[in-house]
Design a protein around this ligand. Structure first.
Ligand code: RIB
Ligand code: CA
Length: 313
C-alpha cells in the first residue's frame, strides 16, 4: 500500500529535487503538494510548485496548495544558493496559474479525508502546518506522522550561527508545531550534512531527453556552482532529499526521543532549536530526532530515485 504523503515545500533546488523523486516513486501516493514562503516569496513558491509538477507531468496529479505570506516578513535570503527564482533561474513553461486553495486548507482537507493515514513531509518553514493546526485543532492527532526537514542539533546554523533556515524564517510556527500533539521526526542539518553529494552524481543524472533529466541537469549543476562560489565547497547538500529518504527508508536513520523547542525572540538566537538532553530533562520528549544517517545507503537511495524518475519521464 503506497504511503499517503503531503509535501509542504519552498522550492528551492533541494525541494524541487525531492519533488521530482517523490512524484515518480511507486511507494508513495502524493496527495498534495503545498507551497510555503521561505527560499522564495509566497507567490514564487506557488508558481514554482505548479511549474515543476506541470513540467514533470506525473502519472497522478497531486492537489496544489498556494502559499500565503508569512506573518513576519522573511529576513533571510537564500537566493544565492537557489537562484533568484528559486529554481536555479530555470524558466519552466507555466500555462497559467491554476486556481489554488490556501495550503492550510488543502492540508486540513486531505488529512480529514484519510484520518491517521497521512504523513506530511515539511521541507520549508512550518508556517502552513501551524496554520492548519490553528484552523483545525484536532488535526495533530489525525495525522499519522510529521517529518520535518530542518533545525540543528549540535551543528552551527546555516542562516545565523544559532539557527537553521526553515526554523529561522518562522520560529513561532516552528514552536507551535514542536509543541503540538502530532507525532513527529526531525531531520536536522547535522544529518542532512552527513550526506555529501559529489560531482560524479552529474554523470548519473537521466538523459536530457527525459523531463526529469532536463530538470535535474539544470538544478544540480547550478547547486554545485553556487556551493563552490558562495561556500567554497566542492560538494553539495540536498537537505530536503535526505528528509524525503527518511520517509522512504526510516531504517537508514538512527533517532533519539528528545524534548525539543524553538527560540522565538533571541536577538542572536531566534530560530535556534533547543533540545533538553540533560539526564533529567525538564519536559517529556516530544519528537524523534535523527542523530545519524547511513550516508552511503542514503546516497544510493537518492541515486535510485533519480534513475526511477528518469525511467518514468
Ligand atoms: O536549511 C535548509 C533548508 O532550508 C532546506 O529545506 C532548504 O530548501 C531551505 O528551505
Ligand atoms: Ca526547503
Amino acid at each position: 500500500m503506497p504511503k499517503k504523503l503531503i509535501i509542504d515545500c519552498d522550492p528551492g533546488i533541494d525541494d524541487a529535487v525531492a519533488l521530482c523523486l517523490a512524484l515518480f516513486d511507486p511507494r508513495l501516493e502524493i496527495l498534495a503538494v503545498t507551497a510555503v514562503e521561505g527560499n522564495v516569496s509566497a507567490a514564487q513558491a506557488s508558481v514554482n510548485v505548479q511549474a515543476v509538477i506541470d513540467f514533470l507531468d506525473p502519472p497522478r496529479s497531486p492537489r496544489l496548495g498556494a502559499a500565503t505570506p508569512c506573518d513576519a516578513p522573511p529576513t533571510a535570503d537564500m537566493r544565492r544558493l537557489h537562484g533568484d527564482n528559486g529554481l536555479g533561474n530555470l524558466d519552466l513553461p507555466l500555462a497559467q496559474l491554476h486556481h489554488q486553495h490556501p495550503a492550510e486548507k488543502i492540508i486540513c482537507d486531505e488529512v480529514r479525508a484519510a484520518p491517521e493515514q497521512v504523513t506530511i513531509l515539511c521541507l520549508g518553514p512550518l508556517t502552513n502546518l501551524a496554520r492548519a493546526f490553528q484552523r483545525d485543532p484536532s488535526l495533530p492527532l489525525m495525522l499519522d506522522h510529521v517529518i520535518i526537514s530542518g533545525g540543528s542539533l549540535r551543528c552551527i546554523g546555516n542562516v545565523t550561527p544559532a539557527a537553521e533556515f526553515n526554523m529561522y524564517c518562522d520560529p513561532q510556527a516552528a514552536r507551535a508545531v514542536f509543541r503540538s500533539a502530532a507525532t513527529r521526526t526531525l531531520i536536522p542539518l547535522d544529518v542532512g550534512e552527513q550526506v555529501k553529494l559529489t560531482l560524479d552524481i552529474i554523470e548519473q543524472l537521466p538523459a536530457d531527453t527525459t523531463r526529469a533529466g532536463r530538470l535535474l541537469r539544470h538544478l544540480i549543476p547550478f547547486a554545485f556552482r553556487a556551493y563552490r562560489q558562495h561556500m567554497g565547497l566542492e560538494n553539495i547538500f540536498l537537505q530536503d532529499v535526505v528528509a524525503l529518504t527518511a520517509a522512504l527508508h526510516p531504517e537508514l536513520f538512527e533517532t533519539e526521543e528528545m524534548a525539543g523547542d524553538v527560540e522565538t525572540v533571541g536577538e542572536l538566537t531566534k530560530g535556534a532549536t533547543i533540545f533538553d538532553r540533560r539526564r533529567q530533562p525538564l519536559g517529556r520528549s516530544n519528537m524523534a530526532v535523527a542523530v545519524e544517517a547511513d550516508a552511503v545507503a542514503v546516497t544510493d537511495s537518492i541515486l535510485r530515485g533519480i534513475a526511477e524518475a528518469g525511467r518514468a519521464t
